[in-house]
Write a protein that binds this ligand. Structure first.
Ligand code: THU
Length: 134
Protein backbone atom coordinates (compact mmCIF):
# COMPACT_ATOMS: atom_id res chain seq x y z
CA UNK A 1 0.00 0.00 0.00
CA UNK A 2 1.46 3.40 -0.94
CA UNK A 3 1.64 6.29 1.51
CA UNK A 4 -1.39 8.08 0.12
CA UNK A 5 -3.66 5.03 0.24
CA UNK A 6 -2.42 4.28 3.77
CA UNK A 7 -3.56 7.76 4.80
CA UNK A 8 -6.93 7.18 3.14
CA UNK A 9 -7.25 3.85 4.92
CA UNK A 10 -6.53 5.36 8.34
CA UNK A 11 -8.89 8.22 7.53
CA UNK A 12 -11.71 5.77 6.85
CA UNK A 13 -10.98 3.92 10.11
CA UNK A 14 -10.93 7.21 12.02
CA UNK A 15 -14.30 8.23 10.57
CA UNK A 16 -15.69 4.83 11.50
CA UNK A 17 -14.38 5.18 15.06
CA UNK A 18 -15.89 8.67 15.34
CA UNK A 19 -19.30 7.07 14.84
CA UNK A 20 -18.82 5.40 18.23
CA UNK A 21 -17.92 8.63 20.03
CA UNK A 22 -19.76 9.02 23.32
CA UNK A 23 -20.40 12.76 23.27
CA UNK A 24 -23.60 13.71 25.13
CA UNK A 25 -22.02 16.95 26.40
CA UNK A 26 -20.06 18.41 23.50
CA UNK A 27 -21.70 16.77 20.50
CA UNK A 28 -18.20 16.94 18.98
CA UNK A 29 -17.27 13.52 17.64
CA UNK A 30 -13.60 12.73 17.19
CA UNK A 31 -12.07 9.64 15.64
CA UNK A 32 -8.42 8.64 15.49
CA UNK A 33 -6.45 5.90 13.77
CA UNK A 34 -2.90 5.28 14.93
CA UNK A 35 -0.44 3.06 13.04
CA UNK A 36 2.25 1.14 14.90
CA UNK A 37 5.62 0.50 13.26
CA UNK A 38 4.64 -3.12 12.63
CA UNK A 39 1.65 -1.89 10.62
CA UNK A 40 -1.04 -2.64 13.16
CA UNK A 41 -3.67 0.09 13.31
CA UNK A 42 -5.55 1.10 16.45
CA UNK A 43 -8.59 3.32 16.27
CA UNK A 44 -10.32 5.27 19.01
CA UNK A 45 -13.06 7.76 19.72
CA UNK A 46 -13.65 10.32 22.44
CA UNK A 47 -15.55 9.09 25.48
CA UNK A 48 -17.09 11.82 27.62
CA UNK A 49 -18.21 11.69 31.22
CA UNK A 50 -20.72 13.52 33.43
CA UNK A 51 -17.67 14.51 35.45
CA UNK A 52 -16.26 16.48 32.51
CA UNK A 53 -12.50 16.18 33.15
CA UNK A 54 -12.78 12.39 33.16
CA UNK A 55 -13.35 12.55 29.38
CA UNK A 56 -10.76 10.82 27.23
CA UNK A 57 -9.91 12.08 23.75
CA UNK A 58 -9.96 9.88 20.66
CA UNK A 59 -6.18 10.04 20.23
CA UNK A 60 -5.50 8.82 23.74
CA UNK A 61 -8.12 6.09 23.41
CA UNK A 62 -6.28 4.78 20.34
CA UNK A 63 -2.91 5.14 22.06
CA UNK A 64 -3.86 3.28 25.24
CA UNK A 65 -5.38 0.51 23.15
CA UNK A 66 -2.09 0.18 21.27
CA UNK A 67 0.14 0.32 24.33
CA UNK A 68 -1.99 -2.22 26.13
CA UNK A 69 -1.58 -4.53 23.13
CA UNK A 70 2.20 -4.23 23.35
CA UNK A 71 2.95 -1.55 20.72
CA UNK A 72 5.34 1.21 21.70
CA UNK A 73 6.28 3.04 18.50
CA UNK A 74 4.13 4.69 15.86
CA UNK A 75 4.59 6.50 12.57
CA UNK A 76 1.19 7.90 11.62
CA UNK A 77 -1.98 9.16 13.26
CA UNK A 78 -5.04 10.45 11.45
CA UNK A 79 -7.57 12.43 13.48
CA UNK A 80 -10.97 13.38 12.13
CA UNK A 81 -13.41 15.95 13.42
CA UNK A 82 -16.24 18.05 11.97
CA UNK A 83 -13.84 20.88 11.23
CA UNK A 84 -10.29 19.49 11.12
CA UNK A 85 -9.56 20.38 14.75
CA UNK A 86 -6.07 19.61 15.98
CA UNK A 87 -5.03 17.30 18.84
CA UNK A 88 -5.18 18.89 22.28
CA UNK A 89 -2.04 19.50 24.30
CA UNK A 90 -2.62 16.50 26.53
CA UNK A 91 -2.82 14.18 23.52
CA UNK A 92 0.27 15.73 21.93
CA UNK A 93 2.19 15.17 25.15
CA UNK A 94 1.03 11.58 25.56
CA UNK A 95 1.91 10.70 21.96
CA UNK A 96 5.28 12.48 22.28
CA UNK A 97 6.31 10.02 24.98
CA UNK A 98 6.36 7.22 22.42
CA UNK A 99 6.91 8.77 19.00
CA UNK A 100 8.05 12.39 18.88
CA UNK A 101 8.43 12.30 15.08
CA UNK A 102 4.96 10.82 14.52
CA UNK A 103 3.25 12.18 11.41
CA UNK A 104 0.02 13.87 12.52
CA UNK A 105 -2.74 14.38 10.01
CA UNK A 106 -6.02 16.08 10.84
CA UNK A 107 -8.98 15.97 8.53
CA UNK A 108 -12.64 16.78 8.45
CA UNK A 109 -15.42 14.29 7.78
CA UNK A 110 -15.21 15.00 4.03
CA UNK A 111 -11.60 13.84 4.04
CA UNK A 112 -10.20 17.34 3.59
CA UNK A 113 -6.77 17.47 5.25
CA UNK A 114 -6.15 20.46 7.54
CA UNK A 115 -2.81 19.63 9.17
CA UNK A 116 -0.05 17.28 8.04
CA UNK A 117 2.96 17.80 10.29
CA UNK A 118 5.39 15.97 12.55
CA UNK A 119 4.35 15.82 16.20
CA UNK A 120 7.54 17.54 17.35
CA UNK A 121 6.60 20.58 15.27
CA UNK A 122 3.19 20.71 16.98
CA UNK A 123 4.75 20.24 20.42
CA UNK A 124 7.93 22.28 20.25
CA UNK A 125 10.64 21.33 22.75
CA UNK A 126 8.36 18.69 24.18
CA UNK A 127 9.22 17.08 27.47
CA UNK A 128 10.22 13.47 26.86
CA UNK A 129 11.40 10.43 28.79
CA UNK A 130 15.10 11.12 28.14
CA UNK A 131 14.82 14.11 30.50
CA UNK A 132 14.28 11.67 33.33
CA UNK A 133 16.99 9.22 32.32
CA UNK A 134 19.45 8.67 35.13
N1 THU B 1 -11.34 15.91 21.86
C1 THU B 1 -10.66 14.84 21.33
O1 THU B 1 -11.17 13.71 21.29
N2 THU B 1 -9.40 15.05 20.87
C2 THU B 1 -8.76 16.25 20.91
O2 THU B 1 -7.58 16.31 20.63
C3 THU B 1 -9.50 17.45 21.25
C4 THU B 1 -10.79 17.24 21.95
C5 THU B 1 -12.69 15.68 22.37
C6 THU B 1 -12.81 15.79 23.87
C7 THU B 1 -14.26 16.13 24.02
O3 THU B 1 -15.01 14.94 24.03
C8 THU B 1 -14.61 16.89 22.77
O4 THU B 1 -13.57 16.63 21.83
C9 THU B 1 -14.71 18.40 22.97
O5 THU B 1 -13.60 18.90 23.63
Amino acid sequence: MNAESAVQHLLALAVEASNNAYIPYSNYPVGAALRALDGTIYSGCNVENASYPVTICAERTALVKAISEGRRAFDLIVVVTKNGGSPCGMCRQMLFEFSPHLRVITADMDGQIHIDAPLDSLLLNGFGPERLAR
